[in-house]
Write a protein that binds this ligand. Structure first.
Ligand code: DAH
Length: 347
């Protein structure tokens, strides 16, 4: 029997399988019930007891060899089946569009990156808000025009035209997130809040009913207007290049006192005056100011011990200034001829 086993080992090793038919022949010849291996197992009964151990082992090895070969060849043939013989694997693949980041995402990420380098965290809040967080706690007077249906999308109004802190609405600015942060955290607070905002406006080249803002908030002991100015200068230089000039104009927001608007120098006419900057040489970028003590107190922060600054800017606006885009609607149309122009940006 030992010789027969050795013969079969050689035979099995040499057996050439190149198609499913040959695989089946192999199985029938060696592994089926009446196959060579089974025949030998049957003959095992007649092996003298002193040779049983060695022969048994050889027989088992033989069976394993045949089974392994069968399985390996079966797998190889099934893989070969999926790659048809007419496929040229060396041919270059079809090109496909890689896609690009949307310019709004690029600028948002860049702004987050710039402020995170000076210790600002990122906070988020709900898009569906109540009057309290969007207006009342931010010191808006009850008759402020922003609380009007003309400007705000209301979801649930508690009483006719009267404003009510429980009115449910789409937030009109991300300043609501600074309220939520201050309600829940004690200073020092240093955070930016990027997000979508909604305003009841007719869509045009210069206005849209949905856009994006980034709110910034810094509250700690002894925060001054000089700190605000320095942070904004750093920000503008990082976003627009180190030669950028900024200017602060006095302004008014209910939630800051004093308040200002920040302009950057017009990079199209280099300050000489053109139709983009309406001849002024300056482009408005953001609103800012020192957080009004009423706002701090409404959020449970001691306004004697702490002071803070805040700022808010439109991401579309920043992207318009940076990339020279002149129509807001382009950001929402998803025309790939527009979007592809940002494909070199890696952020
Ligand atoms: N919330 C203002 C807006 O939507 C922008 C703004 C101005 C935010 C001044 C601020 C700020 O935090 O201090 O127009």
């Amino acid at each position: 029997m030992k010789e027969r086993i050795e013969e079969l080992v050689k035979e099995i090793e040499a057996f050439n399988i190149s198609c499913p038919d040959e695989l089946e022949q192999f199985r029938l010849k060696y592994l089926s019930k009446k196959g060579e291996v089974s025949v030998l197992f049957e003959g095992f009964r007649n092996v003298p007891p002193e040779a049983k151990r060695e022969t048994g082992q050889l027989l088992n090895n033989l069976k394993q060899l045949a089974t392994d070969k069968y399985n390996a060849e079966k797998e190889r043939l099934s893989m070969a089946e999926t790659v048809s013989t007419t496929t040229d694997l060396t041919m270059p693949a079809y090109p496909f569009g890689e896609g690009t980041r949307h310019p709004i995402s690029i600028i948002r990420n860049e702004i987050i990156d710039i402020f995170s380098r000076i210790g600002f965290t990122v906070s988020e809040g709900p898009e569906i808000e109540d009057d309290n967080h969007v207006f009342s706690m931010l010191n808006f007077a009850a008759d402020h025009p922003a609380r009007d249906m003309q400007d705000t999308f209301f979801i649930e109004k508690k009483s006719g035209t009267e404003s009510d802190p429980h009115d449910v609405l789409l937030r009109t600015h991300t300043s609501s997130v600074q309220v939520r942060v201050m309600e829940n955290t004690q200073p020092p607070i240093r955070t930016i809040c990027p997000g979508r905002v909604f305003r009841n406006e007719a869509v045009s080249a210069r206005a849209h009913c949905i856009f994006h803002q980034v709110e910034g908030l810094y509250v700690a002991e002894n925060v001054s207007f000089a700190d605000l100015k320095q942070a904004l200068l750093y920000f503008a230089a990082e976003l627009f290049g180190k030669d950028v000039k900024i200017r602060l104009r006095p302004s008014f927001f209910p939630f800051t006192e004093p308040s200002a608007e920040m302009d950057i120098n017009c990079n199209i006419c280099e300050g000489k005056g053109c139709n983009v900057c309406k001849g002024t040489g300056w482009l408005e970028l953001l609103g800012c100011g020192m957080v009004d003590p009423n706002v701090l107190e409404a959020c449970g922060i001691d306004s004697v011990k702490y002071s803070g600054y805040a700022f808010g800017l439109g991401i579309e606006r920043a992207a318009m200034l940076k990339y020279g885009v002149n129509d807001l609607r382009l950001y929402f149309e998803n025309d790939i001829r527009f979007l592809y122009q940002f494909r070199t940006e890696i952020l």
